[in-house]
Design a protein around this ligand. Sequence first.
Ligand code: PLP
Length: 396
Amino acid sequence: MELAERLTRVSEPQTIKMSKLSRELRAKGIDVIDLSIGEPDFDTPSHIREAAKKAIDEGYTHYTPVSGYTELREAIIYKLKRDNGLSFTMDQVVVSTGAKQSIANTMLSIIDEGDEVIIPTPYWVSYADIARLARGTVKFVRGAAENGYKISPAQLEGALTEKSRLFIFSSPCNPTGAVYSGKELQGLAAVFEKHPRVFIISDEIYEYINYTGRHESIGQFDFLKDRLIIVNGLSKGFAMTGWRLGYIAAPLSVARACDKIQSQFTSGTCSITQRAGITALRGELGPTEAMTTEFRRRRDFMVSALKAIPGIQIIEPQGAFYVFPQISAYFGKTDGQTLIGDAEDLCMYLLHKGRISTVSGSAFGEPSCIRFSYAASIEKLQEAMSRMSQALGELH
Ligand code: PLP
C-alpha cells in the first residue's frame, strides 16, 4: 500500500540515525563512544526532580490547558523579563512538548504552499524538514567559515524576495556553536525592518550554554515584535530532554494559531513536567551555570585536541555543546579498504574503525564538516580523540 506523498518531504534526522547505529553496535558488545547525540549527559538538577515528585503526590495527573498551566506561563513571562528584559502577556505564551513541537506549530501556523523559508547554514537538522512538511520552499543562505558560520545583513538582503515568509535561526547555533552579537543581530534586524511580511523564529534553546558571557536575543528590537517568535525550552539548559517542555513567546495571532494546532495534535504537555518546569524557570541558575562551566572546559579540550590533528580546521565555538571541524582534507584518502568520498563516508569510517559516533555536516547543510557533541565526560572525550587521531592516521 502506498503512503502519503508528504513522507517524501521528510527524512529521519541523521543525528537520530547515527545514535541508533551506535546503540546497535553497543548491543553487539562493540564499545562505541557516542558523540552524535544532542543531549546533556548530566541528570536534571535535584530540586527540579523533587518538584515533579511533589506534583504527582499533589495530584497533578489530569489534562492541562492546551497552552500550559497559568503558573507555568507566568514563570515563563518572569524568566523572559529576568533573563532577556522582554515583556510578554500570558496569551502570547504557548507551552508545548519541546522546542521541536513549538517550531512545528509555528511553521504550520505561518507557512502556506510555496512560501519561502529562509534558513542560514549550517542549521539544526529539523528546520528544513519541518518547513517542507508545512509545504514551504526552503532557501538556504550560506554562513561561511570565514564569517564564523554566521550570515551578514547583505546576504540576508540578497536572499529575501516577495515570496519570503519566514526566517529561522538558532543562536547559540547547533551545530557550529556560533553566537550572534547584539550588533550583528541589529544588522539583521535592520534588514527585516524593510521586509514587513517576514516572520522570524529565534530559536534560543542554547541560551544558557553561552561562553561569551551574555546572551543576546533578536527580541530586543521592538520594531520586530509583531512578527518575532521566540522559541525556547528546558531540554538543554536544565538537562531535561526526556521531560518534553518547550515554549514560544509570540505575537498574539501566532500564539492563538499554535494553541489551535496543538489542541488537535497533542493537547497540553505532561502535567508533571509542567509543574517541574515552574521550579526550573523560577529557581536559581546555579546548577545550569555549573553545567556550562563544565561544557566550557570540554570545549577547550576538544578544540585543542582537534587542532592537533593534521588536516583539521576548526573555529572555536562560542556556545552550545558541539564542535564542527572541517575535515575535507581527508576526502579522497583511503586506509587501503575504505575510500573516503565525503563527510558521511568519514563518519561511517570513524564509527566502524575508530568506534566513535559523529554526524556528517551534510545533515546541517555544510558537507565539509562533521559534528561532535561534547556532552560526554572528559575521559570519554580524551579516549574519543585518541581513537580519532589513530583512525585518521591510517588514511593516506
Ligand atoms: N532547537 C535546536 C537548535 C536544537 O538543537 C534542539 C535539540 O537538539 C531543539 C530545538 C529541540 O529541542 P526540544 O528537546 O526542546 O524539542
